[in-house]
Design a protein around this ligand. Structure first.
Ligand code: AMP
Length: 223
């Protein structure tokens, strides 16, 4: 099963992706996390991506698609995976569909207004080591500035600053939002209200996934 998490930056895709991974066992594949790892490791991909990322612009489709394809070809992704942050535009969606068709695909679009997104992104912090996501208002760490999971320092992402946040939201509205119609036309689209608490949003997501997974296994049983 391929679960595509759509939604603007700050809507909670990363957090919900972690919860889906924990409950259903599908690995979360985050294009942003993979790119940040490449930047940290100083690889050729990281060097190429770094400037675009720090300016809030999209990295080239080819680079990102190669990176995602490589990741989802790994053994742990063979029964399913969660895509967080990819595809980001129609061209990426078409290329993915062509390169890696999926019989069971679901798109969960976590919706939130721009005002709440800016607030959330401004108070977001991530662990400098394991990437765990925190929010100083909604989900603060137990010990200030430290990751609850691994004890490393929490940092603010370079692109979680007002000017870059505005550019990322603009790109989302110009390029990524078109995917709503693209996926709605394929009948695999589900809108999820991202306004509530983390567990309320996850409850909604779980109810969608439980139903779909039930339907898929019924179909498999008939075959
Ligand atoms: P994210 O963690 O999803 O907010 O992504 C952080 C940054 O990584 C974005 O602002 C882009 O510069 C880059 N990025 C992540 N995913 C993609 C993608 N699918 N296509 C192009 N650039 C991406």
């Amino acid at each position: 099963m391929r679960i595509v998490l759509l939604g603007p930056p700050g809507s909670g895709k990363g957090t919900q992706g972690d919860l889906i991974e924990e409950k259903y066992g599908f690995p979360k594949v985050s294009s942003g996390d993979l790119l940040r790892e490449a930047v940290k490791a100083g690889t050729a991909l990281g060097k190429e991506a770094e400037i675009c990322m720090s300016r809030g612009k999209l990295v080239s489709d080819e680079l990102v698609l190669d990176m995602i394809q490589e990741r989802i070809s790994q053994p742990d992704c063979q029964t399913g995976y969660i895509l967080d942050g990819f595809p980001r535009n129609i061209s990426q969606a078409e290329k993915l569909e062509k390169a890696v068709p999926s019989a069971h695909e679901v798109v969960l679009d976590i919706r939130l207004n721009d005002h709440s997104l800016v607030e959330r992104l401004s108070s977001r912090r991530i662990c400098s080591d394991c990437g765990m996501i925190y929010n100083l208002q909604m989900k603060p760490p137990v010990k200030e500035g430290m990751c609850d999971v691994c004890g490393h320092k929490l940092i603010r992402r370079d692109d979680d600053v007002p000017e870059v946040i505005r550019r990322r939201l603009k790109i989302y509205h110009e390029q990524t939002e078109e995917l709503v119609i693209y996926y709605r036309d394929r009948d695999i689209y589900h809108a999820v209200d991202g306004k509530g608490k983390v567990d309320e949003v996850f409850f909604h997501i779980s109810s969608i996934l439980d139903q779909l997974l039930g339907e898929f296994s019924e179909k498999e049983a008939v075959r």
